[in-house]
Design a protein around this ligand. Structure first.
Ligand code: ATP
Length: 610
């Protein structure tokens, strides 16, 4: 499957993150999550630097228009007191007010657009990355938590760009402009004001710094809650049957409560920041009015100067208040960014590939291939060894059955052929080529794989069939369904091939699910098929249908089948008996019945008789 990010942007669509989606973009190394600082935001903004420059220019123009207003007001007031005509000045003042508002509107729109672009780019990049993680990562992580990173965490980035980053920057422009003008108007009054404002802002910023850590913790709780909901919904039948709804609801509720508590901790910090800013602002105004009034009375400044100073004070404290609020927003977003970066830092599958593309040796597609296990050893990451010195060969175009007690390592062998995991010792070879020397895409194009459980995805029958063969015609789909005895599914409703199969294929029976997966493998027509037979007991009709389906796919293919049914085993060209991760016997049914006590026992008791 090709992801949108891997393909690059569609024609006419601006790629919101061309840097990250460019071919050959460096793969990040694994490591502990770096604390996301402001610098971590830069790569996300780089693609939008043109728009951001326009936004910056608009803000400067807007700030200029705003900062000119007090000076014009002073001129109007001074003109009125000295009887000079002020009509021209008033017109300019009105024009500046309107212009300032219009520029502000345009700037806000461009900013929102950039913010949405950053969210879009991050979602694409994160989703593309998530789909390419090594299989062991999915074993280790909770689905709900990953979902919440793509959904909730990326949403928080929007606020970072709009209110956070931007208000901080525009606020700073206004503050510097207003402060300069105030210092020029009356240095004494400005000095006193500055002391009060600086004390308030310093306190607020110190407190706001705590927000990042707290809000990351809050997002983590949201991730836990999503995981709990996901588990309850995906296991709905088991939970209902076990009458565990209330206990599961209590688990969800407990995670929701800790998300609430974490949210409250953030709110408490923000609640301190708000009043501190308000008191600072009001205090500054009272101070300026009191002291400024005294200075007007003493003749040190004019009334016009004082009014202009008070107006500048507005331009100083309002953005300052906003900037303090924006700073807390920024910290919240940086907390979310840290969670996003933590996933992006996990190297994608194949980042350590020895094979580097077309030059790699490839057995020709379209003809059955030979598979060789050569002294293979393997253990799941962090777990005990599961396979030891496994050696056997599956000749091209033959059928090999893997049998053994539960947990012997049969499914693991199939996973190693697919290279979902890497062998820790020995090698697996396809037509003599070590799998590690084959690009994964090319390897998997030659393999069909039918999982043991839930091999069906949510969606329609058609979508399920087209996964491996997107170009197949309707006629080919119907033929494949007939071959596995599933023709009736299409006739059941007026929807035909567009009938929904439900989450994980729940609207189908276990046998139907397995056969649908086999039909999918048939359509793709791979030279090698890996089939993990269902362990569940099927009724006689389903059983016969499954056997016919397997016979249909076995033609002109190399078939490796984890077998749970005697009928499947008896038909195999070769049977490999596994126990405790070791090969204990290889041979035909007749040979093994004569030579292998474990096989005899399995055949008598554990292999399902059909
Ligand atoms: P069954 O017939 O019951 O399907 P199997 O022979 O196919 O069993 P495997 O599924 O290959 O057995 O499992 C072999 C061992 O590896 C078991 O001990 C199992 O607990 C362990 N195992 C399987 N999958 C994983 C995984 N994703 N992560 C860690 N350990 C695993």
């Amino acid at each position: 499957m090709t992801t949108a990010a891997a393909r690059g942007p569609e024609p006419g669509v601006v790629d919101p993150d061309p840097v990250a989606s460019a071919p050959g973009a460096p793969v990040r190394g694994a490591g502990p999550a770096r604390p996301a600082g402001l610098a971590a935001l830069l790569p996300y903004l780089r693609a939008h630097r043109g728009t951001l420059a326009v936004v910056g220019a608009l803000s400067l123009a807007g700030a200029g228009a705003s900062l000119a207003q007090p000076l014009l007001t002073r001129a109007v007031l001074d003109g009125l007191t000295t009887d000079r005509p002020v009509t021209g000045l008033v017109s300019v003042l009105v024009a500046l007010v309107v212009l300032g508002a219009a520029l502000g509107g345009l700037r806000d729109y461009l900013l929102q657009r950039t913010a949405e672009g950053v969210v879009l780019g991050t979602r694409r990049r994160l989703a593309a990355h998530l789909l390419r993680l090594p299989v062991a990562e999915y074993d280790r992580r909770r689905t709900g938590d990953l979902l919440s990173r793509v959904g909730a965490d990326t949403t928080l980035l929007r606020a970072v760009v709009t209110s956070g980053l931007f208000e901080t920057v525009t606020g700073a422009v206004m503050v510097v402009g207003a402060a300069t003008a105030m210092a020029l108007l009356d240095p004494v009054l400005f000095g006193v004001t500055l002391l009060g404002v600086a004390a308030g802002v310093g306190f607020a910023v110190t407190v706001a710094r705590r927000v990042r850590r707290l809000s990351r913790a809050a997002q983590e709780r949201v991730g836990e809650m999503t995981s709990a909901v996901e588990r309850s919904i995906s296991g709905a039948r088991t939970i209902r049957a076990a009458r565990a709804e209330h206990r599961e609801a209590a688990v969800v509720s407990a995670s929701a409560e800790s998300a609430y508590a974490a949210g409250l901790r953030v709110a408490r910090v923000q609640a301190v920041v708000g009043p501190v800013s308000a008191v600072t602002i009001q205090g500054a105004f009272l101070l300026v009015l009191g002291l400024g009034g005294a200075r007007v009375a003493a003749g040190a400044i004019s009334v016009g100067d004082l009014v202009a100073f008070v107006m500048f004070l507005f331009f100083l404290v309002l953005p300052l208040g906003q900037a303090v609020h924006a700073y807390t927003q920024l910290q919240t977003g940086l907390g979310a960014l840290q969670r996003i970066e933590e996933v992006l830092d996990v190297p994608v599958e194949g980042a350590d590939d020895r094979a580097t593309g077309p030059a790699a040796a490839l057995p020709p597609a379209g003809r059955p291939a030979r598979i060789e296990f050569d002294r293979v050893g393997f253990g799941y990451p962090g777990g005990p060894p599961v396979l030891h010195e496994v050696s056997f060969t599956v000749p091209a175009g033959t059928r090999t059955a893997l049998v053994g007690p539960s947990g012997a390592g049969k499914s693991t062998l199939l996973a190693l052929v697919e290279r979902f995991y890497e062998v820790t010792a020995g090698a697996v070879r396809l037509d003599g080529v070590d799998l590690r020397d084959l690009p994964r895409e090319a390897l998997r194009a030659r393999l069909g794989y039918v999982e043991q459980e839930a091999p069906v995805l949510a969606g329609t029958l058609r979508e399920n069939l087209l996964i491996g063969a997107p170009e197949a015609t309707d006629a080919a789909l119907l033929t494949a369904l007939d071959q596995v005895n599933l023709g009736h599914l299409v006739e059941r409703t007026a929807d035909g091939l567009d009938v929904q199969v439900g989450e994980g294929g729940v609207l189908l029976s276990g046998g139907e699910r397995q056969r649908l997966a086999i039909a999918r493998a048939l359509l793709a027509g791979p030279p090698v098929l890996l089939l993990d037979e269902p362990t569940s007991n099927l009724d006689a009709r389903n059983e016969a249908a499954l056997r016919r389906a397997i016979d249909a796919v076995a033609v002109r293919r190399t078939l490796v089948i984890v077998a749970h049914r005697l009928a499947t085993v008896v038909d195999a060209d070769q049977i490999v008996v596994l126990d405790g991760g070791r090969v204990v016997a290889v041979g035909s049914h007749h040979e093994l019945t004569a030579t292998s006590p474990l096989y005899r026992e399995l055949a008598a008791h554990q292999l399902l008789v059909s």
